[in-house]
Design a protein around this ligand. Structure first.
Ligand code: PLP
Length: 521
């Protein structure tokens, strides 16, 4: 399914795409603003001024992605409270946009939480799902400073005997004890969601390192009895993108919610975490063809399409392909709204009853914490070509002022064709010979390839050209970025007016904060 953030590529964009593509091409989806920027924005000047690589950010597609999910829920007669998973991009512009759109923010550290509070989010619009929670983070959740929006609301909640804090997704027994101890110390009750894991789906237990185990920790409901905690919700976050697994987990969560209610907890929501799928690629064919060509190459039945025939998780033994492609599924047929609808409309229990119906019946609100899928279309990374050279095998390497941590997640590779903008003044007829090679980065390591894929440049590539990696806002810019070699981090430029005639930008406030120090602000 193609989302509304897409416009049909213009012929100018088609020309752009033609200048750089993989041996098995993987043309990416391009949001309208990035198409406009690629054609006319003074990118070379911006890179000259702010350095390479340069991250461009635009929050307009985020609003569309939010509305798409909200409308899907509405159509299923379901409530949906969205909490944007901040760890997917560090820029504060997305926190501001979340606030403006009336959604919440899911925070994964004390810095993320403090910054979100300072941006003006109120306690009930925040959730803390940090994998490790320090005492001071717990204290902050228990007693957040009252913001403008909620002056008085906290007092009201406390007068009614409810906790006024930020919901903490509690992951394990030690954490539960820490939260309880700090709550006693501060004379408060903690607002928590119980994180569950280890669900049974289609006869198999879903493995995870997170959460209380649905089989082993069944005594938890009793153990909670004497503790100063109010369980407000059940939380889970599953690996992968399987809608059926979410259906299973929601049903089990509803069961736990009912158990907890019988013990006096006012459970009001089920939080299904993130992992809402998106597609980076224009079409399914290119994705299937890429896989086919990769497998042929690995089995020696086609020429390599990756550096030194890298398998990206796959390998070939006795003519058979083994292993898993360790990459995000860059094309997925069912994304965002359609995926959410399939969960809400899934039948469960009695005939005819859906997940949406079950949640309604039990008076449970559905929450989710999408990161990547909300940032679909919201960013691009621009890097400058610094050199071309041949390696010992005679293969061409194209050196970028960038390193692999600046466009990478836990995936083995970013499987989208970059776009090439020739150095200023040079057109497609610049008389450069066609060439093919690999993009390499600034780290002094054999493995610092920006992408393992072999790329073709029909009109050549040279020093001063720009390569643009599209749709990098979700995780790719920041999740792994490092300052190794004392190379500065990329500047984050927020595109001020996506639609207007100009090309105004502002440096995101996170860059100033990070430059200042490591002190919590
Ligand atoms: C990472 C994470 C998310 C966001 O996941 P996406 O795949 O970006 O949607 C949400 N909730 C929790 C608890 C997470 O760890």
């Amino acid at each position: 399914m193609i989302s509304s953030t897409l416009a049909a590529p213009t012929s100018a964009t088609g020309r752009l795409r033609g200048r750089c593509r993989g041996t098995a091409p993987l043309p990416g989806r391009l949001a309208p603003w990035i198409q406009r920027w690629l054609q006319a924005a003074p990118l070379a000047e911006l890179v000259a001024r702010f350095g390479s690589p340069l991250n461009l950010l635009c929050t307009d597609p985020m609003r569309e992605n939010i509305e798409e999910l909200q409308q899907a829920a509405l159509a299923c007669d379901s409530t949906l409270d969205i909490y944007f998973a901040r760890k997917s991009n560090k820029c504060l512009t997305f926190v501001d946009r979340a606030l403006a759109c009336g959604i919440g923010v899911d925070t994964a550290s004390e810095h993320e939480l403090r910054q979100s509070l300072r941006a003006g989010l109120s306690s009930e619009k925040l959730v803390c799902t940090a994998a490790v929670k320090s005492e001071s983070l717990v204290d902050l959740c228990l007693a957040p400073p009252a913001g403008h929006a909620e002056a008085g609301a906290g007092d009201e909640a406390r007068a009614e005997g409810r906790s006024a804090g930020i919901v903490i997704a509690v992951d394990n027994t030690d954490e539960l004890q820490l939260v309880s101890a700090r709550a006693r110390q501060l004379g408060r009750r903690a607002a928590v969601a119980i994180r569950l894991g280890g669900f049974h789906h289609q006869g198999r237990k879903l493995r995870t390192r997170f959460g209380f185990d649905v089989d082993r920790d069944t005594d938890l409901v009793e153990r909670l009895g004497e503790l100063p905690v109010d369980v407000q919700g059940i939380h889970f976050h599953l690996d992968g993108y399987d809608a059926g697994q979410r259906v299973t987990a929601i049903r089990e969560s509803v069961r736990w919610a009912q158990c907890l209610r019988r013990r006096g907890h006012a459970v009001s929501f089920v939080d299904m975490g993130g992992g809402i799928p998106m597609s980076y690629l224009e079409d399914q064919r290119s994705w299937q063809e890429f896989r086919r060509r990769l497998e042929l190459a690995l089995c020696g039945r086609g020429s390599p399409i990756t550096y030194q025939n890298h398998g990206l998780g796959l390998s070939c033994r006795q003519g058979k392909v083994e292993g898993q492609l360790r990459c995000y599924p860059y094309y997925q047929a069912v994304v965002r709204a359609a995926w959410l609808s399939s969960i809400l409309q899934a039948e469960c229990g009695r005939t005819g009853r859906t997940i949406a119906g079950l949640l309604r019946e039990r008076e449970l609100h559905l929450r989710c914490e999408p990161g990547r899928s909300l940032l679909d279309g919201c960013g691009a990374t621009v890097a400058r070509v610094e050199y071309r050279k041949q390696n010992a095998d005679g293969e061409w390497l194209i050196g970028l002022a960038m390193n692999r941590t600046q466009c990478r997640t836990s995936s083995e590779d970013f499987l989208v064709d970059p776009l090439l903008i020739p150095a200023r003044g040079a057109g497609d007829d610049r008389g450069q010979p066609a060439m093919a090679g690999y993009l390499v980065g600034a780290y002094c390591a054999e493995g610092d390839l920006i992408s393992w894929r072999k790329l073709h440049f029909p009109a050549g590539v040279q020093r001063g050209d720009l390569l643009i990696f599209p749709n990098t806002a979700g995780y790719l810019m920041h999740f792994l970025e490092s300052r190794s070699h004392q190379l500065p981090l990329a500047t984050n430029l927020v595109v001020a007016a996506a639609e207007g005639p100009g090309f105004e930008v502002a440096v995101d406030a996170i860059d100033t904060l990070e430059a200042r120090s490591n002190v919590l602000v």
